[in-house]
Design a protein around this ligand. Structure first.
Ligand code: SAH
Ligand code: F3S
Length: 433
C-alpha cells in the first residue's frame, strides 16, 4: 500500500495553488496518493490563512483534533501564511506538529517531510520557489501564479509579512505553463497574485520590460486558451491601457475584482491604499461604460481604526453608485506586525457588527433588484463540475454560477444557456442547442 496524504486548504486562491504545488511534489517525488479520510493518512497537512484573527485561533483546536484522530505514526504539517507568521511558536504550542512550512516555502515540502521538527519560513527569494511539478485539481481551469509576495503595505494587512517581497515570474515561463495547461484541456487560465496588475515591477534577474496588460495580451495569443481570469488587481493600477485591453480582448472574462476596502478617502489614506474615493468611482464608471455586461466584485473592511459614521456613509455611497455584483465584506481584525493595530480610534466591536450588517443587508436588496434582469437571457457557460441530483455547474463569462440538468458530456464545454430561475449568487438554466 502506498503512502497517503490528507490536505485541508483554507484562505485564498493562491493557497489553493500552493496546495496543488505541494501535491505535485508529494506525488511525484515521494509516491504519495491523496485521501479524503484523515484516519488513513500518513501525512496530514493544513494550508492556513492569517488574514483575519478568527481562523488563526481555530488552527490550534483543529490540529488538536487531527492529532486525536490520526493513525499511529502519521505526521502533521502546518503550512501557509500562519506557518510563516507564527513559525516555531506552532511547535511550542502544539508539540505534536512535525513541521512548519511557510507560504513562500511550499516547494520545500519534500525536504521538511524528512527533517524532524523542521521550521521553514524564510521569506527571502530563491528561484526554486516557482519550480514545481505538475498537478492541477481541475482539468478545465488552470491556476497560474504570476507573482509571489506583495510590495504594498496596506496598514491592516499581514500578507507582505507572510509572503514577502513581490517578485514577478518571467513571462516566458508563464506563457509556457499556460500553453501546456490549455493544450491539455484547460480552456480557462486563472492568473494569480496578490497584486496582479503590478506585474513586471520586479523580476529576480534580467528580464525584458513587461507589464500586466502585455502579459494578458501574450496569454490571449495562445490559441487553445479561451478564457482568462485574474485576481487580485489593485484599483490604483487600473490605468486606461489596462481597462481598454480588458474591454477589447474577447478572451478576458468580463468580471473584475476591484477591492475597495473603504469608500472614505480619509480612511483609504490611513490604510495606505494609494487611491481616493473619486479615483475608485472614476475607474468603476469607466469600466461600466466600456463593458456594459461586466460584473464587479469587491472586498470591504468596516470599522477600520478611526472610521466615523461619516466615513462609513462614504462606503455605503460607493456601494450605491457602483452596484457591485458581489461583495466580500469583513469587520476589521487587528493583525500582528501591522501598523493599524496600534492606531488610535479602534472601533468597538458592536459598532463594527452593526455596520457590517447594514452593508450586507443593503447589498442583498441590491442583488434582489439586479437578479430579475438575468431571467430569459442567454449566456455562454463553461461547465466545470458535476453536482448532486443530475446537475452540472459552470460559470458565465462574467462569473455567475449557473446550474443545468445534464451529465459528464457537458464538462469542459462552453455552451449557451438560457436562464430560467435565479437567486442572489447563482442561477438555474437550460441548454439551448
Ligand atoms: N491582495 C489582495 C488582498 C489579500 S487579503 C487584494 O488586494 O485583494 C484579502 C482581503 O482580506 C482584503 O482585500 C481585505 O478586504 C481583507 N483583509 C485583509 N486584512 C484584513 C484585516 N486585518 N481585517 C479584516 N479584513 C482584512
Ligand atoms: Fe495586503 Fe494590500 Fe498587498 S491588502 S496583499 S498589502 S495589496
Amino acid at each position: 500500500m502506498g503512502k497517503k496524504f490528507y490536505i485541508e486548504t483554507l484562505g485564498c486562491a493562491m493557497n489553493v495553488r500552493d496546495s496543488e504545488h505541494m501535491i505535485a511534489e508529494l506525488t511525484r517525488k515521494e509516491g504519495y496518493e491523496a485521501t479524503d479520510r484523515l484516519e488513513e493518512a500518513d501525512l496530514i497537512l493544513i494550508n492556513t490563512c492569517s488574514v483575519r484573527e478568527k481562523p488563526v485561533n481555530k488552527l490550534f483546536s483543529e490540529i488538536g483534533v487531527f492529532n486525536k484522530r490520526k493513525k499511529e505514526g502519521a505526521k502533521i504539517g502546518v503550512c501557509g501564511c500562519t506557518a510563516s507568521h507564527l513559525g516555531e511558536e506552532i511547535i511550542k504550542r502544539a508539540p505534536f506538529v512535525d513541521f512548519v512550512l511557510g507560504a513562500r516555502n511550499v516547494s520545500k515540502i519534500t525536504q521538511v517531510l524528512h527533517t524532524p521538527k523542521a521550521v521553514e519560513v524564510d521569506i527571502d527569494y530563491d528561484e526554486s520557489q516557482y519550480a514545481f511539478g505538475e498537478f492541477r485539481s481541475s482539468p478545465f481551469k488552470a491556476y497560474v501564479n504570476i507573482s509571489i509576495g506583495c510590495d504594498k503595505q496596506c496598514t491592516f494587512c499581514i500578507v507582505p509579512h507572510t509572503r514577502g517581497d513581490e517578485v514577478s515570474i518571467p513571462a516566458d515561463l508563464l506563457v509556457q505553463e499556460a500553453r501546456k495547461a490549455a493544450q491539455s484541456g484547460a480552456k480557462e487560465i486563472f492568473l494569480l497574485g496578490q497584486n496582479v496588475n503590478n506585474y513586471g515591477r520586479r523580476f529576480s534577474g534580467e528580464h525584458p520590460k513587461m507589464n500586466f496588460t502585455d502579459l494578458l495580451r501574450r496569454i490571449s495569443e495562445i490559441e487553445e486558451v479561451e478564457r482568462i481570469r485574474f485576481t487580485s488587481p489593485h484599483p490604483l493600477h487600473m490605468d486606461d491601457e489596462f481597462l481598454e485591453e480588458f474591454a477589447r480582448n474577447p478572451k478576458i472574462c468580463k468580471s473584475m475584482h476591484m477591492p475597495l476596502q473603504s469608500g472614505s478617502s480619509r480612511i483609504l489614506k490611513a490604510m495606505k491604499r494609494g487611491y481616493t474615493k473619486e479615483w475608485f468611482l472614476d475607474r468603476a464608471a469607466k469600466l461600466r461604460a466600456m463593458v456594459p455586461d461586466v460584473s464587479i466584485s469587491t472586498d470591504i473592511i468596516v470599522a477600520f481604526p478611526g472610521e466615523s459614521d461619516e466615513d462609513f456613509e462614504d462606503t455605503m455611497d460607493v456601494i450605491e453608485q457602483v452596484r457591485f455584483e458581489q461583495i466580500f465584506s469583513f469587520k476589521y481584525s487587528p493583525r500582528p506586525l501591522t501598523p493599524a493595530k496600534d492606531y488610535e480610534g479602534q472601533v468597538p466591536d458592536e459598532v463594527g457588527s452593526e455596520r457590517l450588517a447594514r452593508l450586507q443587508a443593503r447589498h442583498n436588496e441590491m442583488l434582489d433588484e439586479m437578479k430579475s434582469g438575468r431571467i430569459g437571457k442567454v449566456y455562454e457557460v463553461y461547465f466545470e463540475e458535476l453536482r448532486p441530483g443530475g446537475k452540472v455547474a459552470g460559470r458565465t463569462d462574467n462569473n455567475w454560477l449557473v446550474q443545468v440538468e445534464g451529465s459528464e458530456e457537458l464538462l469542459g464545454r462552453i455552451v449557451p444557456v438560457k436562464i430560467t430561475e435565479t437567486n442572489r449568487l447563482s442561477s438555474q438554466g437550460v441548454v439551448v442547442a
